[in-house]
Design a protein around this ligand. Structure first.
Ligand code: CA
Length: 654
């Protein structure tokens, strides 16, 4: 009855006050492809997406560092949540930022996410004609479009600074992009280093740790020497400045990065970009947040930021404008820098639909592009598991592989337990985990999946969906892991364990992946997480190469063997299923298997591969016929052979 006295309007206000509904903001999607700067000598136009800003300004500066803006332009509201400004003059070389206003307050002036050229420490973007960043010969640097099966790749993971910074690298441009463009460099002992070393080793792809502009290293002249892996993105589309010879000049870092990429291409080596779209290095004041507060991230039910990356935030690839940004950014790196592949950091943060769109778009412009990522996260995410690019969903990923931590730890022991050992370091019971990796996480009738360390069922649908490895930049190096987990084993035996571990990686199906320097027992002196450790820990000590030349020569031969033999890198699941036969009733810690080369195009008829991961010698029965050793000048075997502790044998029949 009493409500009859209240007017409808008042009731409406009361209901609103009582319920206090939080009206979700609507974000229109901009479908154009001109976000950021569009330069010509006669005019520069700028378009920024920020649907809920009250105003947007374009600020122009004479330098990329400290000077005050010399001009401020109000941008106009344009379609689908964008702001637009055009200045009809030649702005080449001028720096710029954008500033958005919310609730009457101006946010910090920042470059937009699409900024391609940035000044020192990535604080401001520059108007630039990208054509001026092409080094001589760049127009002939082909985006290599040769169709390639992912399993034909052999990946070598390297940090740009680590490659050259040691005094014994013989490289002039130490720690720089240009250091990896130098040819014929040698250690004091006369061994090839840097680019020529990688060429000589024979790998097909060099995977470089992040070289987009990251936040952690101060790029200013005279700043204290700093080291970082670079997993803290600031400007996704601009190269890192600390690897260039002049971080103040945005053109220099672009040009020198292209020189490095061209130098690799000239040696027939493809370049993989370590992509970190899963979070931003800055959180509250990230460039995303300054322009579109909150939009690009995932949140928990209580509205706080979710953090599946353990870096303070996680991006939301399922949101249309984040998805669009990732795709356009990746396409830009391929088109402008001729990048041949991408490794996705914590790929499990991204949704499957986005990863498949990325794969589709990238394969369209380069059918041979190599895509792989970490099929896990560093924490829980509000996006349901079923939608995320996790290892267990690998078969749903089209043209993108996942790292197999199953074989990684199966070979050497858990990375989370320093003392834990694996198959190659004498731990019994790890056979199924290694066999799981040998068949590239595919279904195989002779694997007892219940005995596999992590995955209790196969997750790949094709061998090209799995990266086979036993170490990377994370965690202890293989050599350090062996030393820490086998303190009572003498050095000679530990060297045999290391060699056996790498033999398993390079003979398994899937995509093999090596951490730089492992070919001469790289150590980081037991530093498990060296992301900001000094050069003394991280640098590649090139003098070790001459000391361990035997291992180097062996790994080089093994790489050549893999490249020469398609049976060691089969392209489809059916061949792996039918052509691989594991021997049964073997001693503990021994794996032996035959590969029939039928249907693979291999010039050899079959292989018989034996791994003895035990501290004892073992006598192994060979399948019928005469067998030749792929090493040791083709030494012949039949009926039976004896394998010493921690050793392998690769036999074949022609
Ligand atoms: Ca930087």
């Amino acid at each position: 009855m009493r409500f009859t006295l209240i007017t409808i309007g008042t009731l409406f206000i009361m209901m609103q006050t009582m319920a206090q509904p939080v009206k979700p903001l609507i974000y229109p999607v901009y479908s154009g492809h001109d976000l950021g700067l569009n330069y010509s000598p006669s005019a520069s136009s700028f378009r920024v997406w920020s649907p809920h800003a009250e105003a947007m300004e374009l600020l122009l500066y004479k330098d990329g560092d400290e000077s005050a803006a010399f001009r401020t332009t109000n941008m106009e509201r344009s379609k689908d949540g964008t702001w637009f400004a055009q200045l009809s003059e030649d702005l080449n070389g001028i720096f710029y930022c954008f500033r958005a206003k919310f609730k009457g307050k101006w946010n910090k002036a920042v470059p937009d996410p699409y900024a391609k050229a940035v000044g020192v420490n990535g604080k401001r973007a520059q108007v630039m004609d990208l054509k001026n960043s092409n080094p001589p010969g760049w127009q002939n640097d082909q985006v290599n479009q040769t169709p390639m099966q992912p399993t034909d790749a052999i990946i070598y993971e390297l940090h740009i600074r680590d490659a050259s910074i040691s005094p014994n690298s013989g490289i002039k441009n130490k720690g720089k992009y240009l250091g990896l463009a130098e040819l014929g460099t040698k250690s004091p002992e006369g061994e090839l280093t840097g680019l020529s070393h990688i060429k000589d080793l024979g790998v097909t792809h060099v995977h470089l740790l992040p070289f987009f502009d990251y936040n952690s290293v101060d790029e200013r002249k005279g700043a204290p020497v700093q080291y970082n892996w670079g997993y803290d993105p600031l400007n996704y589309n601009a190269p890192e400045g600390s690897y260039s010879t002049d971080a103040y000049n945005p053109l220099t870092r672009i040009k020198e990065l292209k020189q490095m990429i061209m130098a690799f291409h000239n040696q027939g080596i493809k370049v993989v970009f370590d992509a970190v779209y899963n979070h931003t290095g800055l959180t509250e004041h990230s460039y995303f947040n300054e322009l579109v507060p909150g939009y690009y991230y995932r949140h928990k039910a209580d509205g706080s930021l979710s953090d599946a990356t353990a870096c303070g935030n996680e991006t939301a690839s399922e949101k249309p404008m984040m998805r669009k940004f990732m795709i356009e950014s990746l396409l830009y790196w391929v088109k402008e820098f001729h990048i041949d592949g991408f490794r996705f950091d914590l790929m499990g943060v991204h949704d499957i639909a986005t990863m498949n769109l990325i794969s589709k778009e990238l394969h369209k412009i380069n059918p041979g592009i190599l895509l792989y990522g970490e099929g896990w996260t560093a924490g829980s995410s509000p996006l349901p598991d079923s939608q995320r690019a996790l290892k267990k969903n690998a078969s749903e990923l089209e043209g993108t592989a996942v790292f197999s931590d199953d074989i990684r730890d199966g070979i050497k022991g858990s990375v989370f337990d320093i003392k834990d050992r694996g198959f190659a370091t004498g731990k019994p019971g790890m056979e199924e985990s290694v066999k799981f990796g040998i068949v590239a996480a595919l279904p195989h009738p002779q694997i007892d999946y219940n005995q596999v360390n992590y995955s209790k069922k196969p997750y790949a649908a094709e061998p090209g969906q799995v990266v086979t490895y036993t170490e990377c930049h994370d965690n202890n190096t293989l050599w350090d892991k062996i030393e820490l987990s086998c303190p009572d084993v003498d050095k000679g035996e530990r060297e045999k364990m290391h060699k056996l571990a790498l033999t398993i990686v390079l003979t398994s199906q899937g995509i093999p992946f090596l951490h730089a320097g492992t070919e001469f027992f790289r150590t980081k002196f037991g530093v498990e997480n060296s992301y900001k450790s000094p050069d003394s820990i991280n640098q590649i000590n090139w003098s070790e190469k001459s000391i361990h030349k035997d291992l180097y020569n062996y790994i080089q031969q093994l790489i050549n063997l893999r490249k020469a033999h398609p049976a060691l890198r089969m392209h489809n699941a059916k061949l792996v299923y039918t052509n691989i036969r594991f021997s049964e009733n073997l001693p503990s810690n021994v794996i032996a298997y035959q590969i029939d080369a039928d249907g693979t195009g291999d010039k050899w008829k079959r292989f018989f591969i034996i791994f003895n991961g035990s501290p004892d010698p073992h006598s192994i029965t060979l399948p019928d016929g005469n067998w030749k050793d792929a090493f040791n000048n083709g030494k012949e075997y039949s009926k039976e052979t004896n394998l010493e502790s921690y050793s392998s044998l690769i036999l074949y029949q022609e």
